[in-house]
Design a protein around this ligand. Structure first.
Ligand code: PGA
Length: 249
């Protein structure tokens, strides 16, 4: 049985005092779940969030990192830096980073490798655009993203990796993929991983769905065969709503 994982992606939202208030309100609501609960917060909130979530079951993640350890990369944060303050997870290759910050399959692959070398667990985002889906290319696009992202990652290291399938047309739009469509794509990803590695590894891999997940649709999404949880944007900004999602499985 794969564990259920629910990760919030706060994107560029929340000031430190808001993050602290959120966690103080949210933590007691989810304290009894055995699901893995992750909050991926802006860099400026990492330290406050780590301190406030001590002695809770909430894990803290970042939303991006650079693949080099250190050096002349003004404005960047490395995996080593994240690890040094106690961060456990990092989102890599979110479609907003691919669209606005020149992230591509090659940088995604380098970042995953660096995250793993630094003992961080990458949450790797893949997903097709509306155009690609309308052209019927979504499976090829997503399979290729997965293949390029995982190039050179060993079987053992893959146990630390989470994949998030996030169709771009469903992010922040209120349009969710049907639970059946999302589940089918996640099965396709699992098959691709089985062909790149082996069936056992593919069965162990945690694959999330993301894109307009809310408490009204999370239960149905989580009841499918292959969706192991969610990466939640907008609905992770409210403690009661995000807690409902975390507890809906
Ligand atoms: P959303 O964002 O839940 O607001 O659609 C999901 C994401 O971008 O990870």
């Amino acid at each position: 049985m794969r564990k259920k994982v629910i990760a919030g992606n706060w994107k560029m939202n929340m000031l430190p005092n808001e993050a602290i208030k959120f966690i103080e309100d949210f933590a007691p609501r989810v304290q009894n779940t055995s699901n893995e609960i992750i909050l991926c917060v802006p860099y400026t909130n990492l330290f406050y969030s780590l301190l406030t979530s001590q002695n809770t079951n909430i894990k803290i993640g970042a939303q991006n990192m650079h693949w080099e350890e250190k050096g002349a990369y003004t404005g960047e944060i490395s995996g080593q830096m994240l690890k040094s303050i106690g961060v456990e997870y990092v989102i890599i290759g979110h479609s907003e980073r691919r669209a606005y910050f020149a992230e591509n399959d090659e940088t995604v692959n380098k970042k995953i490798k660096s995250a793993l070398q630094n003992g961080l667990k990458p949450i790797v985002c893949v997903g097709e655009s509306l155009e690609q889906r309308e052209a019927g290319n979504q499976e090829e696009i997503v399979k290729n993203q997965v293949k390029l992202a995982l190039e050179g990652i060993t079987n053992n290291s893959l146990e630390q990796v989470i994949i998030a399938y996030e169709p771009i047309w469903a992010i922040g739009t209120g349009k969710t993929a049907t639970s059946n469509d999302a589940n089918e794509m996640i099965k396709t990803i699992r098959k691709e991983v089985a062909s790149l590695y082996n069936e056992e590894t593919a069965q162990k891999l945690i694959i999330l769905y993301g894109g307009s997940v809310k408490s009204e649709n999370s239960k149905e999404l989580f009841s499918t065969s292959d969706i192991d949880g969610a990466l939640v944007g907008g609905a992770s900004l409210k403690p009661d709503e995000f807690a409902k999602i975390c507890l809906s499985v």
